[in-house]
Design a protein around this ligand. Sequence first.
Ligand SMILES: [Zn+2]
Length: 326
Amino acid sequence: MSKKILQTTVVGSYPRLSYVVEAVAKYKKKLISKEELKKITDHATTEVVEEQIKAGIDIIADGEQYREDMEVYFAERISGFKEGDWIRIWGNNYYRKPIVHKKVGFIAPMTVEDYLLAEKVTAGRAQVKQMYTGPYTIADWAFNDAYDSKADLVLDLARILHKETKELEKKGCPYIQIDEPALSTHNSKDELEIARQAIEIVTKGVKAKTAIHICYGDFENIFPGLLDFKIDLIDLEFTNNQFKTLDIIKKYDFNKELGFGCVDVHTKRVESKEEVKENIKKALKILPPEKIYPKPDCGLKLLTREIAFKKLCVISEAVKELRAEL
Ligand SMILES: [Zn+2]
């Protein structure tokens, strides 16, 4: 069997479908029940899974239609958190920063049902990966009123997410992605070391492919330390920072697989196929094609559905041509 090369994937989120946005607004006004909302988001999941397959993506995700944000969603499903006050994060975007008020604990699987739904819809036409917010980011984006140190909190969250990972693996999930965007916003070796220990706990004994996604921050400070993480694949943003990340990683012996951001999700302009091919060729100068996973820089949720779909299509068209040329 020939080696799989340049397998295309996504980071995770897909633009929320308009009827999901409407349903969430109704749910907040208590006009529909949690069960009714779930039916609607499940239907949206089936649509966005189909859309990713139609775009020709090899490894798809559930599209996170059910997720309001990547912090509160998990804080609500782990014991030991309580709701906090509204905090402004960027622009006019606010979230309720959760508070850790006692020891955190695993309640039930948080992503398994969504994985299984995506897998069922996909029915073997693509691989399905599952993603969740990592222990370092969950801790970093919450107030800690319970633990003596941030490290203790992060490592306890890592034990919870290890359980989650094992549950996903048990259900056959082949590819599990840990989202750690907070990691690139801190520039101390101590913080990176906390995250390294946490990931070691999360991925211990896991045979499924494990990945870490990090974006929009200072990558200079997380390399080469990130290469010591017990993880199979590092998934980063490249296009938005004009491939400066490549200049950083090529300084080191890159011993992982690479999730390679080859389209920018912060611009509505859809890149041309030639542009995307040129972008991927930059990664091919550093790594062999079986280690490169072309994908958008980050989740697609801030784009319109139409543009998100077009960006995925152009990735798979570019890869199709590159595979024939290699
Ligand atoms: Zn991201």
